[in-house]
Design a protein around this ligand. Sequence first.
Ligand code: BYC
Length: 322
Amino acid sequence: MAHDEQTLTEALTEAFEARVAADAFIEPKDWMPDAYRRTLVRQISQHAHSEIVGMLPEGAWIARAPSLRRKAVLLAKVQDEGGHGLYLYSAAETLGTSRQDMTEALHEGRAKYSTIFNYPTLTWADIGAIGWLVDGAAIMNQVPLQRCSYGPYARAMVRICKEESFHQRQGFEIMTVMAGGTAAQKRMAQDALDRWWWPSLMMFGPPDDQSPNTAQSIRWRIKRESNDELRQKFVDVTVPQAEALGLTVPDPDLRWNAARGSYDFGAIDWAEFAAVVRGEGPVAKERMAARRAAWDEGAWVREAALAHAEKQAARAAERAAA
Ligand code: BYC
């Protein structure tokens, strides 16, 4: 019996790997190795949490945005991030986990979210820098995820990427106005770039030779490019944008390498990255406190929604019995 089971698992694994190699989508009801399922739940739930926690630094500026137009645009962007979180939680739920479990894992420190959201938004220029750099980095990372082997994740990414492009442009437009404004506005734009540049490069994750998950995720076609490849692409597209804005990237080692056709850039402070991943980022405690408070304060809404659903189900059962 054990021998038969092993033969069956081997056959299923072989069929699964052949489908992945042929670039077919794996769908929720298809057989998949447990480790593939676990990796997806880990990555998708971390991604969903990042979108939801990512609403906080920008949400803090909705009431302080400098005009009605800026308020409306920022409000729409923050709502989009909430939507992204919901598509991603739904994609993860198709793998047999629940949103409640994922949320509890975040609140208990068992699940991660992007390091980038543990830095504070100090001025209005930070909202421009987040759209330009953070959403820019997110697009670079997420465009290949549209071709991820897991169908529900890939499809969620298609819609998310469309919205992220709009977010990136609104950020770049804020930076254009600030960098072309008064001397004080230009200083704010430069200061925002100085503070967000290195954390944006860290968003792509540890260097490839220190990334425990990359090799297997690329074999499974979950990740299509490595952390370092995507980071390099981001630097290559973003440096000319900074030049167009008349701003200086805060890296004395940054220079064009004609032989590689890419920019060489300075060393990233991986000790800072590790500390932020451990939950020691500048505003990490505030972020988690805000998420826990939102969850607790929303308990009555979840109870009311569940009670309503139960009542509807009971009524439907009564009608069916009559
Ligand atoms: N922050 O082996 P590795 C947005 C963890 S939100 C924290 O390379 P993997 C937006 C990693 O999880 C954008 N942790 O891992 C929203 C792993 O730990 P675990 C969010 C990080 O998974 C609002 C360990 O380090 N985007 O767009 O192969 C406003 C070793 O790493 C980070 C996504 O989440 C980090 N930066 O690759 C504006 C994209 N980096 O899990 C914008 C989806 C690494 O083993 N995620 N770690 O305990 C991914 O593409 C991949 O998960 C990563 C990491 C590239 C991030």
